[in-house]
Design a protein around this ligand. Sequence first.
Ligand code: ADP
Ligand code: MG
Length: 227
Amino acid sequence: MPDPAIVLSDVDLSLGRGAARVHVLRGISLAVARGEAVGLVGPSGSGKSTLLMVMAGLERPDSGTIAVEGTDLGGLDEDALARFRGRRIGIVFQAFHLVPTMTALENVALPLELADKPEALARARAELEAVGLGHRLHHYPAQLSGGEQQRVAIARAVAPDPAILVADEPTGNLDEATGRQIVDLLFALKRDRGATLVLVTHDAGLARLCDRTVRLRSGLVEAPVAA
Ligand SMILES: Nc1ncnc2c1ncn2[C@@H]1O[C@H](COP(=O)(O)OP(=O)(O)O)[C@@H](O)[C@H]1O
Ligand SMILES: [Mg+2]
């Protein structure tokens, strides 16, 4: 692969303590090209969410390496890793994870402020308008529908213009029609910004929209399947 966005080499990770300790990732090697959309699929408990967190720099492996856009995440201390994440990686969760005490506008402005981007509020407003929420700027998460909350979360994830967008079952908490709108939005943003997209999904239709599917089973990559 000439110009990979993400390269994992022999990533191994166990989580939990004592009897609850689980060998979650058992030697995962995987490369994702720049601009590629990869669907991570596999049974519940196979390690999809954990793998996504490792790719996003939110979880460190016990061994193995992760390079994102040529930067070895293992070489960054916690502060540097947090800065790198804030600027280069956008993350969308199934349960939205908005700050409940902040308005939609404040939620989207937050990562821009943390990344020292100028005009954070103006940019946040533009991002919310781009996801069709220009009329909900001052609503709090509890005052928004599930689909609207996920739009805010997506606007927040893409606002710093990350090279990489990861999404963990982004439609898992939404009805089918709303889920489809969110998927269309994610792929449109990916296309417009040339970002790399890695998403976990149970939805075969969503997986088919990806350039490639990677199937996990018990912490191992089962077989890369061409779309
Ligand atoms: N913090 C943790 N402590 C112990 N076990 C964990 C922890 N996080 C995840 N696991 C276990 O690791 C396995 C993979 O979890 P996960 O990555 O969430 O799978 P998936 O997203 O594919 O459903 C599961 O068996 C889960 O119970
Ligand atoms: Mg999961």
